[in-house]
Write a protein that binds this ligand. Structure first.
Ligand code: NAD
Length: 361
């Protein structure tokens, strides 16, 4: 099969880590008989330098016309990079918001997976992690809820008073629920839907709509959980989770909590999906300007994001499994980039890590 991928290297370590992900994709192509056509797209600081804005209309159109987008990261250092002398809407990070909005991405996926070999980086106790560790994915609604409602601060009875509106309609809940169940069908078929239905109308509507969508997926087990309980359960018994389906703000908080219990920022992939199979895939970390250009960044988060792209945008589950297995193998063999280095392991560079993973596909 053939796929058109828009590639956005971005700033900082972005170009280094994206290069390694492309290396792995090309190896997948060779091994399984697919071709990935890449079109490079400018975004972030590099785009400001060349065009004056963090994302041009042409760049967005190129991304839109592709099957999927693979992104490194954007941004630099405030006080050091001149980009931050510009107004906020022209800074590198504004490109991120513009592309997410422009591409209509409404579902954010953040897996939290504990590698056996990296158990020491996990802040949880051995008896909590258990033999098998944990492997969950948070499916977060990305374009509705509290962050997108009306915000205002007014004077009421002589007091400054702030309002933030939390609003969801049925269609917004339905489309994210469907994504959650589709993803569960590719995994262990277990969805935990998280909200605050004991207090919020929006959560009660959420539960009603999710239960309705669940009927279309009789193989999937659906459970409702309150968000405060979920926050506790993530550190008490993380292995109970497969797919966590939740609204925007709860997902924002829970996905950071879930990722921290895995211990290592250089390992965490993410995806943002729109209608159909289209998606944007990027590591959860930023542009890491402190280590840029040194060939020491960990490319695994980006490589695993490319694996998610294979699974969700290209429908290539076997190929995605092969990438994940290759990452596991390299870790088992004791190769580590500096951020996850431990005693007795072999330290490798960013490009060596990409080579090692490619060779094991
Ligand atoms: P960061 O994630 O870039 O870095 C935090 C720390 O983790 C740094 O010490 C960095 O060296 C390390 N780190 C991150 N990724 C790593 C990797 N793959 N391998 C090894 N070490 C890694 O967060 P920050 O320092 O807060 O932000 C730096 C810049 O990135 C800022 O301009 C910020 O706005 C931007 N940013 C961009 C995105 C994005 O593009 N999606 C996300 C977050 C931050």
């Amino acid at each position: 099969m053939e796929f058109n991928i828009a590639v956005i290297p971005g700033d900082g370590i972005g170009p280094e880590i994206v290069r390694e992900a492309q290396k792995v994709l090309d190896q997948v192509g060779k091994k399984f008989g697919h071709t990935f056509h890449y079109t490079e797209v400018l975004m972030g600081g590099v785009s400001i330098d060349k065009t004056g804005v963090p994302l041009t209309e042409e760049a967005l159109a190129t991304a839109k016309a592709s099957d999927a987008v693979l992104l490194g990261a954007v941004g630099g250092v405030v006080g050091k990079d001149s980009w931050y002398e510009l107004p906020p809407n022209l800074r590198p990070e504004a490109g991120l918001l513009a592309i997410r909005k422009g591409l209509g991405l409404f579902a954010n996926l953040r897996p939290a997976y504990l590698y056996k070999e990296l158990k020491d980086a996990c802040p949880l106790k051995e008896e909590i992690i258990g033999e098998d560790g944990f492997d969950m994915i948070i499916v977060r609604e990305l374009t509705g809820g509290l962050y997108f409602g009306e915000h205002k601060t007014v004077n009421e009875n002589g007091l400054e008073t702030a309002y933030d509106e939390l609003k969801y309609d049925e269609s917004e809940i339905e489309r994210i629920a469907r994504k959650g169940f589709e993803i569960a069908m590719k995994r262990r078929k277990n969805v935990i839907s998280v909200g605050k239905a004991n207090v919020l109308d929006s959560s009660r509507l959420w539960n009603k709509v999710v239960a309705r969508v669940a009927k279309e997926y009789p193989e999937v087990t659906l459970t409702e959980m309150l968000v405060d309980n979920c926050a506790m359960q993530l550190v008490k018994n993380p292995s109970q989770f497969d797919v966590i389906l939740t609204e925007n703000m709860f997902g924002d908080i829970l996905s950071d909590e879930a990722s921290m219990v895995t211990g290592s920022i250089g390992m965490l992939s993410s995806a943002s999906l729109g209608e159909g199979k289209f998606g944007l895939y990027e590591p959860s970390h930023g542009a890491a300007p402190d280590i840029a250009g040194q060939n020491i960044a960990n490319p695994i988060a980006t490589i695993l994001s490319a694996a998610m792209m294979l699974r969700y945008s290209c429908d290539l589950d076997q190929e995605a499994d092969a990438v994940e297995a290759a990452v596991n193998k390299v870790l088992e063999e004791g190769f580590r980039t500096v951020d996850i280095m431990a005693d007795g392991m072999d330290q490798v560079s960013c490009s060596e890590m990409g080579d090692l993973i490619s060779k094991r596909i």
